[in-house]
Design a protein around this ligand. Structure first.
Ligand SMILES: N[C@@H](CCC[C@H](N)C(=O)O)C(=O)O
Length: 339
């Protein structure tokens, strides 16, 4: 549906997408009439993603797609809503995988990210008109240095207390490679205020434990091989879902609850925005990686005037719906009925 009139200025085309309702604007450098600077990219992310005054309800971030080096179909950079850059995005990479797959007519290929070239492939649709992709989540590290974690006497943190954060919860820290702090909790704690309290402290203002911030997730085990993950993201706040968090949580589930789930077994991961499947793998050298399988939904094509977007003026934006969201919402209703 064309909602608003076009302007005559420099056009910038973006694609609104989501994975488990963790939503983004894909911005392909090919769709910019004028190339943008790093500062402009940060400004754009803050303006476009703003939930109150941003573009059509804002988003959790911008996925900036460029050509990438030889051997990959493209490169993805993840700019959070606050303008900070993340090394990876699990829900986002599935949508970028679909975008590149359709452009290049490929079903299996690699995408360059900040720290690794990651394998992606088309997966079976989750439901009619709900396309899905499978993405490699890697590299994994438990090292405090890779996590930007500072806890006296600790080089890693596995199912352990951080007294400054909570007397009752135990946390595990893992980078995949963006940093995650994970606690397995009861249902009451999952839906209660503790996640917001702890994650706000670690992300909004200075703190000595994770000075660069950290994604914080609470995980409830619903039954064997089925978990629910609620995440407060660094650079964003509460999200409907965080793909890297669900992957990191699945890894900790396999490591901490071996009686319930093992490597190479599929795990259903529910989240406030839907559901994904994960699978934890281990390479011969001992390193872990995860498969993250979930929807890659295209919501709308958007055209905006480039300089107006930098000012946060989206009054003349052209919003062209893709008609996939209804199918996704039906899928979520079916999930809730089946849960
Ligand atoms: N939503 C993403 C993660 C985005 C990055 C995160 N906010 C960070 O700063 O690490 C996902 O699906 O993984």
């Amino acid at each position: 549906m064309i909602r608003e009139k076009e302007t005559g200025g420099q056009k910038m085309q973006m694609l609104k997408v989501h994975g488990s309702n963790n939503d983004f604007f894909i911005l392909d450098e090919k769709n910019l009439e004028n190339s943008i600077t790093e500062d402009e990219l940060v400004t754009l992310a803050k303006k476009v993603c703003d939930r109150k005054n941003g573009l059509h309800g804002g988003a959790d971030g911008i996925l900036y797609v460029t050509a990438g080096h030889a051997g990959v179909a493209g490169r993805m950079r993840v700019i959070n809503a606050d303008g900070s850059e993340a090394s990876m995005c699990g829900n986002g990479i599935r949508t970028v995988a679909r975008y590149l797959s359709e452009q290049k007519e490929l079903d299996e290929f690699k995408i360059e990210t900040m720290h690794a070239d990651l394998e992606v492939k088309r997966a079976a649709d989750f439901a009619p008109n709900v396309q899905a992709f499978d993405a490699e989540i890697s590299p994994v590290s438990f090292a405090a240095a890779d996590l930007g974690m500072h806890i006296e006497g600790k080089t890693e943190l596995i199912d352990d207390y951080i007294p400054q954060l909570s007397d009752t919860l135990k946390f595990s820290a893992v980078s995949v490679p963006n940093p995650h702090l994970i606690a397995f909790v009861s249902h009451d704690v999952l839906v209660g205020p503790e996640l917001g309290r702890i994650a706000s402290y670690l992300n909004n203002g200075e703190n000595p434990i994770f000075p660069d911030g950290v994604n914080v997730s609470f995980v409830e085990i619903q039954k064997a091989k089925q978990i629910f993950v609620r995440t407060y993201e660094r650079g964003v706040g509460y999200t409907n879902a965080c793909g890297t968090a669900m992957s990191a949580s699945s890894l900790m589930y396999v490591l901490l609850y071996p009686d319930q789930v093992k490597k190479n077994q599929l795990i259903s991961v529910f989240n406030p925005g839907g559901m994904v499947k994960t699978c934890v793998h281990q390479r011969k050298n001992g390193s872990y990686w995860m498969s993250l399988i979930g929807n890659a939904t295209f919501v709308a094509n958007v055209k905006v005037d480039q300089s107006a977007a930098f000012r946060g003026d989206f009054t003349a934006a052209v919003w062209d719906e893709k008609n996939e969201q209804d199918a996704y919402e039906k899928f979520v209703v079916q999930l809730q009925r089946g849960q």
